[in-house]
Design a protein around this ligand. Structure first.
Ligand SMILES: [Zn+2]
Length: 385
């Protein structure tokens, strides 16, 4: 049994003790130490449900040279994430049983829970929709991420099917604002379950605000880098935008229009970056970046928990929260201020423009299903990969 003493429990807005037994949160309150307990003093720490990433690139199969399964596992646990939604633009792409089986075989050995997405079109080619009825046994999320669904008929068909069968489409709109508008029009016409990935522009947010005010049900993700940086020349899709875009995202968060933070963690080798691959490595530092931005813009910690944990977990049917009886998926974070250092990253790829920049807050401890998997710089229980 693990007893965590004196943590500030963000969702409850108070300092208390938490007892973990058999993978679950057994008790919250003032708890007396017993000799059989592993006691951790969390004075000065925030306790939150572990983070869930709505947008993660596992890079496998096919791109082990950018990140191995094990590195993905370790990087996530270090970042306070115990579960991720992995996009389908791998090599081969995830559009059939064989590929998803291969991924599941590897990820089942990790401590990280990986929820694998499949493509909307066969081969990610945008020509023909995959057989959603058949593929639904393997996943409930489909996405062309990395590419826009140019063919309006494919998008319309996918949306209709998502409504009929109850799955989710995660959409990479490009050009962003224009395609968000087209896709909102399609949802207005045929319904369906649509999630806008990595929304970055003021004009996009305006479309989304109008749609949500009208009662159209779409969900919206923003990334750490679009909140953290402006006017920076570093290749990501969509590009890092301007101050007015960032402020529109922040205002939308405050007004309750944003549903999740997805890291869009996208490892690349130095050579890939030189050759123009878009993407940024994020998962290990997402919390520190978000905490800094939220602190500076006076967004409360409960909203952070909602966007980084509760809501993205709901996408895959997980209930998270520091509550008696819940699975003990927990992070403890300090509020330390420091500078990012890319030499500290656990993944082999170091593609970040944020080296040396100031952040706030560090993940100190990650607990997955009642087991300490990351403790102050150490991965505690490793997967077999
Ligand atoms: Zn994308």
């Amino acid at each position: 049994m693990i007893l965590i003493k004196n943590a500030f429990i963000v969702e409850l807005d108070r300092t208390d003790d938490v007892l973990i037994e058999n993978g679950k949160i057994k008790k919250i309150g003032s708890i007396k130490e017993e000799v059989s307990y592993d006691v951790l003093d969390a004075t000065g720490m925030y306790m939150m449900p572990s983070f869930s990433d709505s947008h993660f690139h596992l890079r496998n199969p096919g791109h082990e040279h950018k990140q191995t399964y094990k590195e993905a596992n370790d990087a996530c646990l270090k970042g306070g994430y115990t579960d991720v939604i992995a996009l389908a633009n791998t090599n081969p792409v995830v559009d059939c049983k064989e590929v998803i089986d291969e991924i599941n075989e590897h990820t089942s050995k990790l401590d990280l829970d990986v929820y694998q997405v499949m493509t909307v079109s066969k081969g990610l080619k945008g020509k023909e929709a995959i057989d959603f009825d058949e593929m639904l046994q393997y996943t409930k999320i489909f996405s062309e991420d990395g590419k826009n669904v140019d063919d309006e008929q494919i998008m319309e068909k996918a949306l209709k099917k998502s409504k009929e069968l109850g799955f989710l489409i995660m959409d990479h709109s490009e050009p962003e604002s224009e395609m968000i508008k087209r896709n909102i029009d399609l949802v207005r016409k045929v319904g369906g379950n649509l999630h806008f990935c990595h929304t970055s522009k003021k004009a996009s947010i305006e479309e989304i605000r109008k749609a949500k005010d009208e009662g159209i049900k779409v969900t919206v993700e923003v990334t750490p880098h679009h909140l953290f940086a402006v006017d920076m020349d570093y290749k990501v899709h969509p590009p890092i935008a301007h101050q007015e875009d960032k402020l529109a995202l922040i205002k939308a968060i405050k007004d309750g229009y944003i549903d999740s933070i997805g890291t869009d963690h996208a490892p690349h080798t130095e050579e890939d970056k030189k050759n123009g691959s878009p993407g940024i490595i994020n998962i290990e530092n997402a919390y520190s970046m978000i905490r800094k931005v939220f602190y500076e813009h006076d967004i409360d910690m409960k909203t952070l928990v909602q966007l980084m944990s509760i809501w993205p977990a709901k996408l895959v049917g997980k209930e998270k929260g520091i509550k008696e009886g819940n699975v003990a998926d927990i992070v403890l974070c300090s509020d330390e201020e420091y500078k990012l250092n890319k030499n500290d990253l656990l993944t082999r790829s170091k593609n970040t423009p944020f080296d040396g920049m100031d952040v706030k807050g560090r993940v100190a401890l990650t607990i997955s299903k009642g087991v300490i998997v990351y403790d102050n710089g150490q991965i505690k229980r490793k997967g077999n990969q």
